[in-house]
Design a protein around this ligand. Structure first.
Ligand code: NAP
Length: 254
């Protein structure tokens, strides 16, 4: 049984990952890391099995990682809309104080990787985002945050850390059921630069959560980084079930 810490465990994908791992007690012993006990209670019915802290305060991480064999990083900065736009205006976005991508997606992830190394964690699974190789990607302009640039720097830091890694870079996240689609893996934003016909660069959060759970167990996911999208349900006659095979088609390095 593998002892896993999931950070961002009250986030939309992080909560799905923690729930999935908890459904497989034969494979996983879990701990969630979050900053808000009330939110954990609301989502999970109780805050049992949670440690509370903040990834921008590295001193809160060490205790959370004690005895942990694998770390799943699902923390992320989240842009929010400024005042509702006037008719004809584009919405403007900002990040909360202390929540800029440099602080959360780079320094916060770096702190988690450093704490994992100090705690002799064997494997780090990091969920990032597609788009990081595209200079001028519009997401970077949101709130002047350069979010994809900072996420990519954190991925490079993880690879250089010497820890075993799996970096999963999904396309646009959908709140749709999991297990209904064929998953496609790639690299270097090829799905955005040369999109396969009829396949939007998107994937359900539930399928990303299953990919994380499988990556914790599969030797084929070790020291790999990949983009992941899904065929639409209607063009997925054979949804992905063989994750070893999926991961065998991925490659090491950023
Ligand atoms: P999310 O719901 O925004 O969750 C982010 C989590 O990070 C939340 O649980 C949040 O805590 C936590 N967090 C933020 N700052 C923190 C801090 N300083 N200390 C501790 N925890 C902190 O994420 P998501 O939408 O599921 O996305 C998962 C990942 O996929 C993200 O990296 C995202 O950028 C990436 N992605 C998203 C899309 C998309 O279409 N949205 C596409 C591709 C990739 P609280 O719960 O307290 O707020």
């Amino acid at each position: 049984m593998k002892h896993v810490l999931v950070t961002g465990a009250t986030g939309r994908t992080g909560a799905l990952v923690l729930k999935k791992l908890r459904e497989r007690p034969q494979d996983f012993q879990t701990r969630g890391f979050a900053r808000d006990a009330a939110k954990a209670k609301e989502l999970f019915g109780s805050a049992e099995g949670f440690v509370f802290g903040d990834v921008t305060k590295p001193e809160t991480l060490a205790g959370a990682l004690a005895g942990v064999e694998a770390l799943v990083i699902l923390t992320s900065s989240t842009p929010r809309m400024k005042a509702p736009p006037q008719p004809g205006e584009k919405p403007q976005f900002e990040f909360a104080a202390g929540g800029m991508p440099e602080e959360v997606d780079y320094r916060g992830q770096k702190a988690q990787i450093d704490a994992a190394r100090a705690a002799s964690v064997a494997h780090v699974v990091l969920v990032g985002s597609m788009g990081g190789t595209i200079e001028g990607h519009p997401l970077n302009r949101l709130g002047d945050g350069n979010v994809l640039v900072w996420k990519r720097k954190a991925e490079a830091y993880l690879i250089d850390s010497g820890l075993d890694y799996t970096i999963i870079r999904p396309g646009g996240l959908l709140d749709k059921p999991g297990g209904m689609r064929e998953l496609l893996v790639g690299k270097d934003d090829a799905f955005l630069k040369n999109p396969p016909e009829g396949v939007p660069a998107a994937v359900p959060r539930a399928d990303v959560a299953e990919t994380v759970a499988q990556a914790l167990l599969s030797p084929y996911a070790r020291n790999k980084a990949f983009d992941v999208i899904s065929r639409p349900e209607e063009s997925s006659p054979a949804p992905t079930t063989d994750f070893d095979r999926l991961f065998a088609g991925t490659t090491p390095g950023l």
